[in-house]
Write a protein that binds this ligand. Structure first.
Ligand SMILES: NC(=O)c1ccc[n+]([C@@H]2O[C@H](COP(=O)([O-])OP(=O)(O)OC[C@H]3O[C@@H](n4cnc5c(N)ncnc54)[C@H](OP(=O)(O)O)[C@@H]3O)[C@@H](O)[C@H]2O)c1
Length: 326
């Protein structure tokens, strides 16, 4: 039982839709579809995609893991510079911002609020809960217990000063908690109107199916780029089911060290030279051409790098060029 066509999830959906519609009015106006304000913007050049069928976003977003810093503290001057990056992203037409309560921790969400509140009415903020220690995963880094996810969601609503989070994502599956219990709690928060749409991260097909057995999942955020192609099956499923696929670490800054990946990277480097673009732009253009459900979220603390990344939105790789890269 995996698809929202099933009677039970249809009931969940309509119940959630009923309740969240009431509250949605406060966040996004009556639960109508919200279109991108400026599809002609630099970010709009990448085209648009619908999140959950009712929130339209330009297909190049912005990731905020870097903004939060690692020690939970950012100097006032750095904080000011990073707020300027957020405002510049919105000026360039970015209306999808990926964040998490653990970025900082709690710093990136607060920074998004301080830089952008009151938010443009088409801005989709996608946050996450379930990781409780920043950085590389280790024992004790995750907490997928329903009570923790509820607390985490409430904390994000408060920091972002929102009544409803447009897209709330389960950060990582917690091996110590049945995944259905974690996602089940997000479905309850959705029924209460605190979450509009539910997304999952770092999943394979089996866990995605478990999540979809208890809630309507509208997006998957996995590690994916030109050198790490572990999610091709998930992307195919997202295309079939009209879900968004959000590749994290889209710029492929860290090689994978396998021959096939290095060959693809070399192919991309050659094409980037031919097209007079740099590698971050080529990596993003490759993702945008790879699938129409792709929603890359490059991250940076620098305005010049942001402008460089967003400029990739207008780069089109042909089918022949994509085949050339392999
Ligand atoms: N769901 C998850 O588990 C998960 C895990 C990791 C990340 N994420 C999300 O994915 C987002 C992006 O992933 P990521 O930060 O790992 O990797 P990324 O966006 O692929 O790369 C970010 C790095 O690239 C640099 N950079 C960005 N644009 C550049 C440019 N034009 N030229 C040169 N360097 C450039 C940044 O440095 P500067 O700041 O110096 O520009 C930063 O070090 C994160 O912000 C976060 O929102 C999610």
């Amino acid at each position: 039982m995996t698809n929202s066509l099933s009677r039970r999830s249809f009931l969940i959906q309509s119940a959630a839709a009923g309740t969240s519609a009431a509250l949605a009015r406060s966040t996004f106006g009556a639960a109508k579809r919200v279109r991108v304000h400026n599809p002609k913007s630099p970010a709009g050049a990448a085209g648009q995609i619908w999140i959950g069928g009712d929130l339209q976003v330009n297909r190049i977003g912005f990731g905020t893991a870097e903004l939060g810093g690692a020690q939970g503290w950012v100097s006032p001057s750095d904080a000011a510079a990073r707020r300027a990056v957020l405002r510049r992203a919105v000026d360039l037409g970015v209306n999808f911002i990926d964040t998490a309560d653990i970025y900082g921790p709690a710093v990136a969400e607060q920074m998004i609020h301080d830089a952008l509140y009151p938010y443009p009415s088409d801005l989709v903020i996608a946050t996450k809960g379930g990781q409780i220690r920043p950085g590389a995963l280790s024992a004790g880094s995750l907490d997928g217990r329903p009570e923790h996810l509820r607390e985490a969601c409430e904390g994000s609503l408060k920091r972002l000063q929102l009544e409803q989070i447009a897209l709330y994502q389960m950060h990582w599956p917690d091996p110590n908690v049945p995944y259905e219990d974690s996602i089940g709690e997000l479905a309850k928060l959705q029924q209460e109107g605190k979450i509009r749409h539910i997304g999952v991260c770092n999943v394979g097909e089996a866990l995605l199916a478990k999540a979809r057995s208890v809630a309507t999942v509208v997006s998957v955020e996995n590690h994916y780029n030109i050198v790490s192609e572990q999610s091709d099956d998930i992307i195919a499923l997202c295309e079939r089911e009209h879900m968004a696929f959000i590749p994290w670490s889209p710029l492929a800054r860290r090689g994978q060290g396998n021959a096939a990946a290095d060959l693809r990277l070399a192919g991309l480097q050659a094409l980037a030279q031919e097209r007079h673009i740099d590698m971050p732009q080529a990596a993003l253009a490759w993702l945008l051409a790879r699938s129409p459900v792709m929603l890359p979220i490059p991250g940076t603390v620098r305005v010049d790098h942001l402008e460089d990344d967003i400029a990739a939105a207008k780069v089109r790789f042909t089918k022949k060029e994509m085949a050339q890269i392999g």
